[in-house]
Design a protein around this ligand. Sequence first.
Ligand code: SAM
Length: 183
Amino acid sequence: MDSKTTLILEKLEATSEEYWNISHQTGNFISMLIKATGAKNVLELGTSNGYSGLWIADALKYTNGHLTTIEFWEKRQCLARKYINECGLSDYVTFKIGQAYDIIKDEINEQFDLVFIDANKQEYIKFFEVIHPLLKKGGIILADNVTSHAKKVEPFVSAISNNDEYQVQILDLPDGLLMAYKL
Ligand SMILES: C[S@@+](CC[C@H](N)C(=O)[O-])C[C@H]1O[C@@H](n2cnc3c(N)ncnc32)[C@H](O)[C@@H]1O
Protein backbone atom coordinates (compact mmCIF):
# COMPACT_ATOMS: atom_id res chain seq x y z
CA MET A 1 0.00 0.00 0.00
CA ASP A 2 1.43 3.42 -0.85
CA SER A 3 1.83 6.17 1.74
CA LYS A 4 -0.98 8.33 0.31
CA THR A 5 -3.53 5.51 0.69
CA THR A 6 -2.26 4.73 4.21
CA LEU A 7 -2.64 8.41 5.15
CA ILE A 8 -6.18 8.71 3.77
CA LEU A 9 -7.26 5.50 5.52
CA GLU A 10 -5.87 6.88 8.78
CA LYS A 11 -7.69 10.19 8.22
CA LEU A 12 -10.99 8.39 7.54
CA GLU A 13 -10.63 6.32 10.69
CA ALA A 14 -11.25 9.51 12.67
CA THR A 15 -14.81 9.73 11.26
CA SER A 16 -15.60 6.01 11.04
CA GLU A 17 -18.64 6.25 13.32
CA GLU A 18 -20.25 8.99 11.23
CA TYR A 19 -19.79 7.03 8.01
CA TRP A 20 -20.41 3.57 9.53
CA ASN A 21 -17.11 2.26 8.20
CA ILE A 22 -15.70 -1.20 8.81
CA SER A 23 -12.87 -1.50 11.31
CA HIS A 24 -9.21 -1.26 10.33
CA GLN A 25 -8.82 -4.96 11.19
CA THR A 26 -11.71 -5.91 8.91
CA GLY A 27 -10.27 -3.83 6.06
CA ASN A 28 -6.88 -5.44 6.50
CA PHE A 29 -8.44 -8.92 6.55
CA ILE A 30 -10.44 -8.29 3.35
CA SER A 31 -7.33 -6.94 1.67
CA MET A 32 -5.29 -10.02 2.60
CA LEU A 33 -8.11 -12.34 1.52
CA ILE A 34 -8.28 -10.71 -1.92
CA LYS A 35 -4.51 -10.99 -2.34
CA ALA A 36 -4.35 -14.58 -1.03
CA THR A 37 -7.18 -15.83 -3.25
CA GLY A 38 -6.20 -13.71 -6.24
CA ALA A 39 -9.77 -12.39 -6.42
CA LYS A 40 -10.24 -10.16 -9.44
CA ASN A 41 -13.88 -9.23 -9.73
CA VAL A 42 -15.36 -7.82 -6.52
CA LEU A 43 -18.81 -6.37 -5.75
CA GLU A 44 -19.49 -4.17 -2.71
CA LEU A 45 -22.93 -3.24 -1.36
CA GLY A 46 -22.66 -0.04 0.71
CA THR A 47 -19.85 2.28 -0.44
CA SER A 48 -20.33 5.06 2.14
CA ASN A 49 -17.34 7.43 1.92
CA GLY A 50 -15.14 4.74 0.36
CA TYR A 51 -13.16 3.57 3.40
CA SER A 52 -13.65 -0.15 2.73
CA GLY A 53 -13.47 0.57 -1.00
CA LEU A 54 -9.94 1.93 -0.53
CA TRP A 55 -8.82 -1.30 1.15
CA ILE A 56 -10.48 -3.36 -1.58
CA ALA A 57 -9.29 -1.26 -4.55
CA ASP A 58 -5.74 -1.22 -3.20
CA ALA A 59 -5.79 -5.04 -2.98
CA LEU A 60 -7.28 -5.25 -6.48
CA LYS A 61 -4.41 -3.15 -7.79
CA TYR A 62 -2.22 -6.02 -6.54
CA THR A 63 -4.34 -8.72 -8.28
CA ASN A 64 -5.11 -6.53 -11.30
CA GLY A 65 -8.82 -6.78 -10.56
CA HIS A 66 -11.83 -4.48 -10.39
CA LEU A 67 -14.39 -3.32 -7.81
CA THR A 68 -18.02 -2.42 -8.49
CA THR A 69 -19.49 -0.60 -5.50
CA ILE A 70 -23.10 0.49 -4.89
CA GLU A 71 -24.42 3.35 -2.72
CA PHE A 72 -27.76 5.20 -2.70
CA TRP A 73 -26.55 8.30 -0.81
CA GLU A 74 -25.09 10.63 -3.43
CA LYS A 75 -23.10 12.79 -1.03
CA ARG A 76 -21.32 9.75 0.34
CA GLN A 77 -20.62 8.38 -3.10
CA CYS A 78 -19.05 11.75 -4.08
CA LEU A 79 -16.69 11.52 -1.11
CA ALA A 80 -15.76 7.96 -2.05
CA ARG A 81 -14.97 9.02 -5.63
CA LYS A 82 -12.78 11.83 -4.29
CA TYR A 83 -10.74 9.58 -1.98
CA ILE A 84 -10.37 6.78 -4.52
CA ASN A 85 -9.21 9.36 -7.05
CA GLU A 86 -6.75 10.96 -4.61
CA CYS A 87 -5.20 7.53 -4.06
CA GLY A 88 -4.82 6.93 -7.80
CA LEU A 89 -7.21 3.95 -7.67
CA SER A 90 -9.98 5.22 -10.00
CA ASP A 91 -9.09 2.72 -12.74
CA TYR A 92 -9.93 -0.11 -10.34
CA VAL A 93 -13.41 1.07 -9.32
CA THR A 94 -16.86 1.45 -10.92
CA PHE A 95 -19.36 3.41 -8.80
CA LYS A 96 -23.08 2.76 -9.06
CA ILE A 97 -25.75 4.93 -7.50
CA GLY A 98 -29.11 3.57 -6.32
CA GLN A 99 -30.78 0.75 -4.41
CA ALA A 100 -28.38 -2.16 -4.26
CA TYR A 101 -31.05 -4.85 -4.79
CA ASP A 102 -32.47 -3.15 -7.91
CA ILE A 103 -29.07 -2.41 -9.42
CA ILE A 104 -27.87 -5.99 -8.96
CA LYS A 105 -31.12 -7.42 -10.33
CA ASP A 106 -31.46 -5.05 -13.30
CA GLU A 107 -27.96 -3.93 -14.27
CA ILE A 108 -25.38 -6.48 -13.25
CA ASN A 109 -24.92 -9.81 -14.95
CA GLU A 110 -21.23 -10.57 -14.59
CA GLN A 111 -19.73 -13.18 -12.28
CA PHE A 112 -17.86 -12.23 -9.10
CA ASP A 113 -15.04 -13.81 -7.09
CA LEU A 114 -15.98 -11.94 -3.93
CA VAL A 115 -19.02 -9.99 -2.77
CA PHE A 116 -18.88 -7.76 0.30
CA ILE A 117 -22.27 -6.97 1.87
CA ASP A 118 -22.30 -3.87 4.08
CA ALA A 119 -25.56 -2.01 3.27
CA ASN A 120 -28.95 -2.02 5.07
CA LYS A 121 -28.82 -4.93 7.51
CA GLN A 122 -32.50 -5.90 7.14
CA GLU A 123 -32.00 -6.37 3.40
CA TYR A 124 -29.11 -8.86 3.66
CA ILE A 125 -31.53 -11.71 2.99
CA LYS A 126 -32.83 -10.00 -0.17
CA PHE A 127 -29.30 -9.19 -1.30
CA PHE A 128 -28.34 -12.85 -0.92
CA GLU A 129 -31.11 -13.85 -3.33
CA VAL A 130 -29.64 -11.72 -6.15
CA ILE A 131 -25.97 -12.22 -5.30
CA HIS A 132 -26.06 -16.03 -5.18
CA PRO A 133 -26.42 -16.51 -8.98
CA LEU A 134 -23.64 -13.98 -9.65
CA LEU A 135 -21.07 -15.59 -7.36
CA LYS A 136 -18.66 -18.02 -9.01
CA LYS A 137 -18.18 -21.48 -7.51
CA GLY A 138 -15.14 -21.04 -5.28
CA GLY A 139 -16.20 -17.45 -4.68
CA ILE A 140 -16.65 -15.80 -1.31
CA ILE A 141 -19.40 -13.73 0.32
CA LEU A 142 -18.36 -11.49 3.20
CA ALA A 143 -21.03 -9.77 5.30
CA ASP A 144 -20.26 -7.24 8.04
CA ASN A 145 -22.16 -6.59 11.30
CA VAL A 146 -23.41 -10.12 11.86
CA THR A 147 -22.78 -9.88 15.60
CA SER A 148 -23.37 -6.13 16.14
CA HIS A 149 -26.73 -6.37 14.28
CA ALA A 150 -27.41 -10.04 14.94
CA LYS A 151 -31.20 -9.75 15.09
CA LYS A 152 -31.54 -7.79 11.86
CA VAL A 153 -29.29 -10.12 9.84
CA GLU A 154 -30.57 -13.36 11.40
CA PRO A 155 -32.71 -14.41 8.38
CA PHE A 156 -29.65 -14.07 6.13
CA VAL A 157 -27.27 -15.84 8.50
CA SER A 158 -29.74 -18.65 8.94
CA ALA A 159 -30.41 -19.00 5.18
CA ILE A 160 -26.77 -19.09 4.13
CA SER A 161 -25.73 -21.34 7.03
CA ASN A 162 -28.39 -23.88 6.04
CA ASN A 163 -27.55 -23.73 2.34
CA ASP A 164 -25.57 -26.81 1.21
CA GLU A 165 -23.79 -24.76 -1.43
CA TYR A 166 -21.95 -22.71 1.19
CA GLN A 167 -19.38 -23.36 3.89
CA VAL A 168 -19.83 -20.61 6.50
CA GLN A 169 -17.88 -19.16 9.40
CA ILE A 170 -18.45 -16.05 11.50
CA LEU A 171 -15.09 -14.42 12.19
CA ASP A 172 -14.34 -12.69 15.48
CA LEU A 173 -13.52 -9.32 13.94
CA PRO A 174 -15.11 -6.09 15.28
CA ASP A 175 -18.91 -6.18 14.58
CA GLY A 176 -18.62 -9.80 13.34
CA LEU A 177 -17.73 -10.70 9.77
CA LEU A 178 -19.48 -13.64 8.12
CA MET A 179 -17.45 -15.47 5.50
CA ALA A 180 -19.16 -17.91 3.16
CA TYR A 181 -17.33 -20.04 0.59
CA LYS A 182 -19.40 -21.22 -2.39
CA LEU A 183 -18.69 -24.93 -2.91
C1 SAM B 1 -22.25 0.50 6.83
S1 SAM B 1 -22.20 1.73 5.60
C2 SAM B 1 -20.97 1.16 4.48
C3 SAM B 1 -19.59 1.39 4.99
C4 SAM B 1 -18.51 1.06 3.99
N1 SAM B 1 -18.63 -0.28 3.49
C5 SAM B 1 -17.17 1.25 4.65
O1 SAM B 1 -16.80 0.40 5.46
O2 SAM B 1 -16.52 2.24 4.36
C6 SAM B 1 -23.65 1.37 4.69
C7 SAM B 1 -23.87 2.24 3.50
O3 SAM B 1 -24.83 1.61 2.67
C8 SAM B 1 -25.74 2.56 2.18
N2 SAM B 1 -26.96 1.78 1.94
C9 SAM B 1 -27.80 1.24 2.87
N3 SAM B 1 -28.76 0.53 2.29
C10 SAM B 1 -28.53 0.60 0.95
C11 SAM B 1 -29.20 0.07 -0.17
N4 SAM B 1 -30.29 -0.70 -0.02
N5 SAM B 1 -28.70 0.34 -1.41
C12 SAM B 1 -27.60 1.12 -1.54
N6 SAM B 1 -26.93 1.66 -0.52
C13 SAM B 1 -27.38 1.40 0.73
C14 SAM B 1 -25.84 3.63 3.26
O4 SAM B 1 -26.20 4.87 2.73
C15 SAM B 1 -24.43 3.62 3.85
O5 SAM B 1 -23.62 4.64 3.31
